[in-house]
Design a protein around this ligand. Sequence first.
Ligand code: PLP
Length: 353
Amino acid sequence: MSYLRPNIAKMRAYVPGEQPKVASLIKLNTNENPYPPSHKVAAGLYAAIGDGHPLRLYPDPVCSGLRAKLAEIHGFLPEQIIVGNGSDELLTLALRAFVGEGQRVAYAMPSYSLYPVLCDIQGARKVELEMNPDFTLPAQLFRERAALKFVTSPNAPSGVAVPTAALDRLCAASDGVVLIDEAYIDFADDNALRLVDKHRNALVVRTMSKSFSLAGLRVGFAFGHRALIAGLMKVKDSYNVNRLSEAAALAVLNDADYFRACIACVKATRDRLRAALIALGFSVFPSAANFLCARPPGRLTAKKLYETLRARKILVRWWNDPRVRSHVRISIGTDDETDKLLAAIREILAEAT
Ligand SMILES: Cc1ncc(COP(=O)(O)O)c(C=O)c1O
């Protein structure tokens, strides 16, 4: 006999990318930023700790300071913004607020593998479509009736961005909420924020884990119509974002120059790595994110490449899933890490032929 709800008993848990504690590992498997956050973070954290007394007190339940800052930067009202304990929490809240048990949630795969897991937890009905081979959205996604649709743009694991015009049409064609997961958008050239004031059902979700280098502090935020945001606010934990995370988030937002410089570095390295891999015979999706999805040439399989790199202390991501098994996903590292990665790949290719 199980004490679990039947859907929890039979579901599969999400498997996060590995976080090994191996010295001198080149870690290119979970799309973290290779550069540290702005040095202003340390000062912000010390100020938030003060003489220790602030830590006795609960944090601001609605993150007023951070919402006001995000509102100012992006031209919204604070009531159009919610902050979460990472964007993963905001995805959970969306299921909780918008999807009743048995209601439909539609998305195209391959995409972020957390979506089906969250549907299973909620007891929602998954409508899982196939992404077009070039990672454009399948026509069926526009036709589906669903309480919630997920779209990742740029897509993970391919890195391919969904044109904002397509997202605009998707919002117009959908009767439920369209959640646009923009975890990697700061590495792209366009974004979907302009859809928020146009469509009452558009919810744009972002994270500070990638472009802002704050994965360890867990901060995500979302923009939407005030009615959507009010619903999400109702179902969140009272104190979902801790004091130190809010202080660090404000500090990185106050150092826009450093942020822009980091993004420029990552994009330049991404474009250099893509060109080098293509020159070596790889096929690589055009990426608007901080990672590349690449298929090795000739007889070298993606699995073998992943394993051989791993033995050389370079960790990339590979999924034993028929839809993406032929590719590895490589997070963009520093220039030095990228040089070491390329040198290792050249050797592996030479051994494979
Ligand atoms: C597409 C996508 N959405 C959301 C997240 C979660 O980010 P966070 O660290 O803010 O929870 C990730 C993390 O890898 C992701 O790839």
